[in-house]
Every structure is written in C-alpha cells, then in structure tokens.
Write a protein that binds this ligand. Structure first.
Ligand SMILES: Nc1nc2c(c(=O)[nH]1)N[C@@H](CN(C=O)c1ccc(C(=O)N[C@@H](CCC(=O)O)C(=O)O)cc1)CN2
Length: 284
C-alpha cells in the first residue's frame, strides 16, 4: 500500500515549531523580518507572494510585500534590494521568480546580502552548500522542504540511489547537493540524458521537477520507489497537477507526494523556518 506524504500536515507542524521559535526571539526583543519583492503581475507569483506575506503575518513576523511594476528597471530593483539590505528590521529578503526579461536575474540574486538571502540562491550560499562545511547558511526552500519531508517520514537517503529529473537552480541542483551531503548516490537527468530509462528503473528515490503534467508513469520506475513530485502544472480543466501521473505511479511506489498538498506547502513553511534561522544567526 503506497504511503501518501502529506506536505500540508507537515507544513502545519513546521509552522507550529517556527511559532515557538518566534516567541523565544521576541522574548529577547527580536522580531523576525521578511521582505518579499514581487515584480509584475504574474497570477501565480501574486498568489505565492501573498501567501508568503500572510504566513509571515500569522507567525508574528515584521513582513513587507514590496510590489513593483513589470516595467521596473534593473537599477530601480537593485536600489530597492540595497535599501532592504540596509534595514536592520529585515532578516530575510527574496525576489519572486520569474522576473521580466529586462531584469538580469543573477545581478538581482548577487545584490541580496548573503546574510539575508532567505531563498539561498546567492552564489556565496550555493558555494557553502556544495562545500558542506558545517557553517550556517540558507538553502533553497523547496529542496530543503523535500529533505525535511523525507526525514519526518523516516525515509533514509544515505546509500540510496536517487534520480532527480530537472536541473534547475531552484530545485534540482540544490537538491542534488543536499542529497550528496547526506551520502546518497545522485543521478541528474535532463532532456539530453541518454539511458534515462535505465537510471530511473534502478532508483530508490525519484524526484521530478520539470513542469510537464503526467510525465512520470508507473512503468518508468522500480517497484517500491519513493516518488517526490515538485511539478506545478494546470490541466485542461485548470486543476493543479504535478509532473507525476499520481494514480498510476501510486500502484507501484512505496511512498509518493501529492499535488496539491505535497512539496508546495513545505516551500512556504521552510521559508518561514529559514527567516527565523537568519534572525537567530544575525543575533549570535
Ligand atoms: N524567489 C522564489 N521564486 C519562486 C520560488 C521560490 O522558492 N523562490 N518557488 C516557486 C513558487 N513557490 C514559491 O515561491 C511556490 C509554489 C507552490 C506553492 C504551493 O503551496 N503550492 C500548493 C498549491 C497552491 C495553489 O493552489 O496554487 C501545493 O502544491 O499544494 C508554494 C510556493 C517559483 N518561484
């Protein structure tokens, strides 16, 4: 019988733990501060940023949702980030992706102070993740949320064969580093991979995040594999679906994340957790 990994429930539990940490910080006179920058009016980004700001408010953070027009210039956006870098009440800064074409995404990420980079995208923090040197640093929230889910459901990764389909900066690459740091053997698959079928059939854990609805089927994976779906797509009826054919894959997997209610809610709960991490580290 397949186990459904309930991200919604885990996210609630993580938020409860984060609330306790906020109370401890407030007792010391520190209020965690999160600034979310939204450029333009992408409908999905508007929902995600609103949900981030709402959750931050619920947890008692100081929360700023800074909305900028899609016509904003690179200089204006970077100036806003520099202001937030200099604001002592703000511990975490993120700029919602995707960004309009006139904006250089790397320049934006590099302008966010590494100490406030709550998305963990700044190359300084990415380098620390790959170095695995034990220091404090933020990590991209979706992959960190995936690792928390596996840990909470007591699914070990050490010594396991893991296949990650998709090599994005947001998910695939940081997840690869997190998995390797925990002694998994990781294979990254992408559109130019040959022998993808072979690697998939041997994987103990399969993670898919490529934005293609119903991409992964039962016949692609080994019996008893754990399947993590990081995809977010809309079907013809407008329903939210992942990259995995959930009903089909559930017939052979030992555990699976649903969409909605799997990895997605963990992304926002991890963002809250990481804002509190940054507030704590900045006061150590
Ligand atoms: N700066 C960033 N931009 C983006 C990130 C990110 O981590 N940092 N990730 C994604 C979008 N994202 C967070 O920003 C995100 C996606 C999905 C969910 C979520 O809760 N999904 C729910 C369904 C919600 C719905 O009904 O639409 C679920 O899967 O159950 C949260 C956050 C891209 N941009």
């Amino acid at each position: 019988m397949v186990k459904i990994l309930n991200g919604k429930k885990l996210a609630q539990q993580l938020n409860e733990h984060t609330a306790q940490r906020v109370a401890n910080l407030k007792a010391k006179g520190i209020v965690p501060g999160l600034a979310v920058v939204l450029v333009g009016e992408d409908p999905a980004s508007m929902i995600y940023t609103r949900n981030k700001a709402r959750q931050a408010d619920k947890l008692g953070f100081k929360s700023i949702l800074k909305k900028m027009p899609s016509t904003v210039t690179q200089d204006e956006l970077l100036a806003t980030i520099r202001q937030l870098n200099a604001d002592p009440c703000i511990h975490g800064i993120l700029v919602q992706e995707p960004l309009p074409d006139q904006i250089n995404q790397s320049a934006v990420i590099e302008t966010i102070s590494p100490e406030k980079d709550v998305d963990g995208f700044n190359p300084i923090n990415v380098g620390k993740l790959y170095a695995n040197d034990g220091r404090h640093f933020p990590v991209a929230c979706t992959p960190r949320g995936v690792m928390t889910m596996l840990e909470q459901y007591q699914i070990p990764v050490a010594g396991k064969d893991v296949v990650i389909i998709g090599r994005s900066r947001l998910v695939g690459k940081p997840l690869q580093a997190l998995m390797i740091n925990q002694n998994a053997t990781v294979t990254m698959l992408h559109h130019a991979s040959t022998d993808a079928e072979y690697y998939l059939k041997h994987a103990d854990i399969v993670v898919v995040g490529i934005g293609k609805a119903n991409f992964l089927h039962a016949s692609d994976i080994k019996n008893g594999a754990v399947v993590i779906d990081v995809g977010i797509n809309r079907d013809e009826q407008g329903h939210l679906v992942g990259d995995v054919d959930f009903d089909d894959v559930s017939s052979v997997a030992s555990a699976i994340t649903p969409v909605p209610g799997g990895v997605g809610p963990m992304t926002i709960a991890t963002l809250m957790q990481q804002t509190v991490d940054l507030a704590e580290w900045s006061n150590q």
